[in-house]
Ligand binder design. Sequence first.
Ligand code: FES
Length: 294
Amino acid sequence: MVEEQATNSKIGAVLVVGGGIGGMQASLDLANAGFKVYLVEKSPAIGGVMSQLDKTFPTNDCAMCTLAPRMVECGNHINVEKLTYSEVESIDGTPGAFKVRVRKKARSVDPDKCTGCGECMESCLVRNYAYLKPLTPELLELAPDETAEIDRILSEHEGEKGALLPVLQGINAHYNWLPPAAVSKVSEALDVPLARVLRIATFYNMFSFEPRGELMVRVCLGTACYVKGGRRILEAVKRQLNIEVGGTTEDLRFSLETVSCLGCCGQSPVMTVNDDIYGYLAQDKIPDILASYT
Ligand code: FES
């Protein structure tokens, strides 16, 4: 897309949309040909999907070896102006006189000073607090017995280095989820910022920020289980428990999730209920299996 201010005052600036491998190569070709290039990328950094790949089809070339030199060249090229974290809002005009409106999103860091160390993520309120419901006073209230229980868990790890994770595990084991009030109390007691507590807690899928059932049913939808009818097993469990994947029964007895492999593909299709493994499943076995836990 060529941006020209007027048909008779051609400035030869070019706008490239998308900072993936194609966008970067186009920008470099144009920049090397002498054009001023505006490279618009909606994510915070150029690189695109290829930066997440290991190898590329069909040559099996190392993705990063292809990508990295172009990223560096784009980053340093005097003719390429990167507009990252930006999106094209509108394009007006005609060939020879385009006008493009670009919205640049707020980064909340000074890009000139940013070294990409990632430390700001530790304190990122937006990212980490998003996992919690708005912390209303009721959500932060703890009954006296709950306070005592959390104090007990905290005292078990008093003075311990790296106490945060075992404390969260203790609370999770007690409640089967991490109530916001408990998380907030842990942050205060251990003098660890709440954003950091949440960053660590959200890293592990054993922690939940929603109440979960005492029994976790995990239905495997990995390749081996899928081809042997894992999807039908899942439907049978959903019917039996009357919940969707990610849901919990009203009596807080069962929760349901899917997994990609349980490590016993030879017995597929497989599901687990807490630590119990059920292999060679068929739909008609599901009601009896689940009934044995009620
Ligand atoms: S794919 Fe289901 S156990 Fe491996």
